[in-house]
Design a protein around this ligand. Structure first.
Ligand code: PMP
Length: 284
C-alpha cells in the first residue's frame, strides 16, 4: 500500500496527520473514492472535476493545480503496482487552531491512499441485496448542498448504523419532502414501465460518477432513461432496482423494507447494465 501525504510517500504505519488538522476536528475537507481497473484510473477527469468543485464550494484552495494532481494520482497508482485498486483522495483544511475558523488554517493537506479493493461478496451481485428506508432524512439543501462531497458524513453514517442494526447492507434516504434521494454511499436506480429512472441532484442525490456512466451506457444501449422524482411507492412497485457507486459498482436490490422487488431476483435490465459496466471499465 502506498500513501502520499503532501508530497511524500509513506507506508501504512508511518502515515500520520496532525491532531490539529480541521479535517479531523471538524470534518472540514473534501474527498473522492476512485477505482483503478487494469492499471488505468477510471474516470479520473470526472473525479478531479468533482473534487475541485466540492473544494470551491467550501472555499478550500487545493494546493496543486488539477494537472499536477492528476499526475500525482497516476504516479501513486504506478508506484503501487497493483493493476486493480481503490484510491481515496482527501483534501483537508489542514492544521489550524482548536477554534473552527478556517482562516486560521494556512495550508490545506492532500492525502492520497492507494489500497486494495474490498469487493462485496459475489453472492450479493448474484442474489441482490436488501435495503431499508432510513428513519433519517437526507440533509436539507437549506443546510448545505449534498453535491459537496465533504468529510462530513454523519447523516450518511447514522443511516448506515441504522441499516447495520436492522441487518441491511444499505439504507435509502428520503429527502425533506419524502422523495427518494439516494443511499448512504450509493445512488439508486429503478427500472419501471420501460424506463430507467434515478433521482436528480434536485432531490439531493450526489451526482455520482458511476451513475453518470450507467446513464451513458443505457443511452448507448437504447434504453429509455430519465432523472425522476421517486417515492417509496415507485421503489415498491419497480420491476427492478439497483445501486451504483465507485465501490459497489452496480449492485442489484431485490428487497426493500421487507418487500420483494420484481420477482425477487436481479432482473434482465440490471444484469445487462452490469455486464456493460464491467466491459466499460476494462476498455483500453
Ligand atoms: N452517494 C453518496 C452519498 C456517495 O458517498 C457516493 C460515493 N461514495 C455515491 C453516491 C456514488 O458516487 P460515485 O459513483 O461517484 O462513487
Amino acid at each position: 500500500m502506498k500513501i502520499w501525504i503532501d508530497g511524500r510517500y509513506c507506508g501504512r504505519e508511518e502515515a500520520r496527520i496532525s491532531v490539529f488538522d480541521h479535517g479531523l476536528l471538524y470534518g472540514d475537507g473534501v474527498f473522492e473514492g476512485i477505482r483503478v481497473y487494469s492499471g488505468r484510473v477510471f474516470r479520473l477527469r470526472e473525479h478531479l472535476e468533482r473534487l475541485y468543485r466540492s473544494a470551491r464550494a467550501i472555499l478550500l484552495e487545493i494546493p496543486l493545480a488539477p494537472e499536477e494532481l492528476r499526475r500525482t494520482v497516476t504516479g501513486a497508482v504506478e508506484a503501487n503496482g497493483a493493476p486493480d485498486a481503490y484510491i481515496r483522495l482527501v483534501v483537508t483544511r489542514g492544521v489550524g487552531e482548536l477554534g473552527m475558523n478556517p482562516r486560521l488554517c494556512p495550508k490545506p493537506s492532500i492525502i492520497l491512499i492507494v489500497d486494495e479493493i474490498r469487493f462485496y461478496p459475489e453472492k450479493c451481485y448474484a442474489d441482490g441485496i436488501a435495503l431499508m428506508t432510513s428513519s433519517l432524512r437526507r440533509i436539507s439543501p437549506a443546510s448545505y448542498d449534498v453535491r459537496i462531497k465533504s468529510l462530513n458524513y454523519l447523516n450518511n453514517l447514522l443511516a448506515k448504523i441504522e441499516a447495520n442494526q436492522a441487518g441491511c447492507l444499505e439504507a435509502v434516504l428520503l429527502n425533506q419532502e419524502g422523495r427518494v434521494a439516494e443511499c448512504t454511499g450509493d445512488n439508486i436506480f429503478i427500472w419501471s414501465g420501460g424506463t430507467l429512472k434515478t433521482p436528480s441532484a434536485a432531490d439531493q442525490a450526489l451526482e455520482g460518477i458511476t451513475r453518470a456512466v450507467v446513464l451513458e451506457l443505457a443511452a448507448a444501449a437504447g434504453l429509455p432513461r430519465a432523472e425522476a422524482s421517486l417515492t417509496q411507492y415507485d421503489l415498491y412497485t419497480a420491476e427492478e432496482c439497483f445501486l451504483t457507486g465507485t465501490g459497489a459498482e452496480l449492485m442489484p436490490v431485490t428487497k426493500i423494507d421487507g418487500r420483494t422487488i420484481g420477482d425477487g431476483t436481479p432482473g434482465p435490465v440490471t444484469r445487462r447494465i452490469l455486464e456493460l459496466f464491467r466491459e466499460e471499465v476494462r476498455k483500453p
